[in-house]
Design a binder for this molecule. Structure first.
Ligand SMILES: N[C@@H](CCC(=O)N[C@@H](CS)C(=O)NCC(=O)O)C(=O)O
Length: 232
């Protein structure tokens, strides 16, 4: 067995399917063709392994590589890109300016989307119309960023899925779910032609399709766990 194979066999992800942050890690591993085991964390009850692996934040995802823990989804994505650099497409751009641009937008995405999605799915209190307007404005910026970063190609990363594709793409499932639950239009093809087409392309990619749940599954999960009434 090659040393690369041994590393591959020793990859575990502590996570749970509805977490966009977990999806990032799974997509990165799949892009690189790395075999992994997803260890499902129980809902509302952190496992001893999680507490021992991520004692600071106590959050999923955690990547366990040969027993060593790496936390924070975007740090894990970069770690996967570096460890398996010779496999699959490069995830982080090699050009410093392109890298800075993708990191800038990645930070923007994580500043805007997770908190807004919690409001729109009814998990935390907030003005849904105002929040939807903020998400729509963020998506408009990202439509422009797509044209700049992707330079007319299929992905933010160019010909293949890259860092910003993974960062934003991991939220697409919940964005579509809250569109239905809150009765708002966000990834609107009429307003965001490039980004809406990108979102469909990203979700259909072989590294993504099997780990990106459908809208029904998110909505069912939210209704069961967030305590909101089912939308018609
Ligand atoms: N910044 C973190 C966010 C991770 C995060 O918020 N994870 C949530 C699940 S989506 C979590 O573990 N919450 C506590 C829990 O579920 O026990 C990352 O990018 O990995």
């Amino acid at each position: 067995m090659s040393s690369e194979k041994q590393e591959t066999a020793a990859v575990r992800v502590l996570g749970r399917w509805p977490s966009p942050f977990v999806i990032r890690v799974l997509v990165a591993l799949r892009l690189k063709g790395v075999e992994y085991e997803l260890v499902e964390e129980p809902m509302g009850n952190r496992s001893e392994l999680l507490l021992a692996s991520n004692p600071v934040h106590r959050k999923i995802p955690v990547l366990l590589h040969n027993g060593k823990a790496v936390s924070e989804s975007l740090i894990i994505v970069q770690y996967v890109d570096e460890v398996w650099a010779s496999q699959g497409p490069a995830i982080v751009p090699s050009d410093p300016y392109a890298r800075a641009a993708e990191r800038f937008w990645g930070q923007y995405v994580d500043d805007k989307f997770p908190s807004a999605i919690r409001v729109l799915r009814g998990k935390v209190a907030g003005d849904k119309d105002e929040t939807a307007a903020q998400v729509a404005a963020a998506l408009q910026h990202l439509e422009e960023a797509f044209v700049q970063c992707g330079q007319g190609k299929d992905y933010f990363g160019g010909d293949s899925i890259g860092y910003l594709d993974i960062t934003l793409g991991s939220h697409v499932g919940w964005v579509r779910a809250v569109e239905r639950m809150a009765g708002v239009s966000l990834l609107d093809a009429a307003k965001l032609p490039s980004l809406a087409a990108w979102a469909d392309r990203f979700c259909a990619h072989p590294a993504v399709a099997d780990v990106m749940p459908g809208t029904d599954r998110y909505v069912e999960f939210s209704v069961k766990n967030d305590g909101v009434p089912k939308a018609n």
